[in-house]
Design a protein around this ligand. Sequence first.
Ligand SMILES: [Zn+2]
Length: 285
Amino acid sequence: MLTKEIPKVRYAIIGGSGTWACDFPEDIGLEGVEVLQRDLEFETPFGTTVAFKHCSLTGKDGQPREFLTVPFHGFHGLAPHNNPSEQIFWVFQQAGVKFILAEGSGGSINPLLEPGDIVIPHDFIDMTKRRSHIHEFTNKLLRMAKPLCTDLRSVLYKHADQEYRRVFQRGVYVTTESPRFESESEIQMLRDARGDIAAHTLCPEVYLARAIGAHYAGLYIVSNYGEGVNAAWQGESIFDWYNSCALPIGRIMLRTLADVEPEAACECMSYRTDVPSKINQRIRA
Ligand SMILES: [Zn+2]
């Protein structure tokens, strides 16, 4: 249903393959979580979005927290060619979103990782070839120091640690071009580059979040070995992990959102640099 009015909310959850197998957030069954509106599609300068839900839960301060959520990173099908990230971040910018949690899955690059492990990345490498639209969201210079919010990551870890046996608080997420997985030689190259997991969605989300002045962090389940990491792996297990992780990852997302400090103490906003006015005029000219 095409909707003109974008709800004003401070929080958002970007769903991914972590909750692909369930109806989020209804199926999670947490008390106090309410869907206020569903089937919200928005026109954006980048095209029409998939359907959002406008939801509410009770925050740690006892106040209701309204949030927008979108399934599977806003992708229309599996391919990212129609700018789904730009579509959903344009909506977040209009809504006034300041805190964004994302989830998904990835393939292991680091040979110490096993399917079923949880990684909360602290940094990224962007191997995508898509055109950047950052300048359509901000005219600030964006430093990529601590690109994933330290505050959100620590709250994500606290709740992930209650659901999973092996949760890694750091990791380098390599964004490769969707929808195919990587070759054995690509995985070897990314291991040499000190990547830990390879997946398809963190970029451009992570820098669009900084562009709109929002704190952003993500949690990813290892759903498969990267090609060549484990010679015995025959491609099994990916969809088994998606089925079994939907409810626990859904709980982690909602509990983390409820537990976030409304006034962040992190450094995220200090890495958005104003361009001096004279130079800015030259840029605009
Ligand atoms: Zn932050």
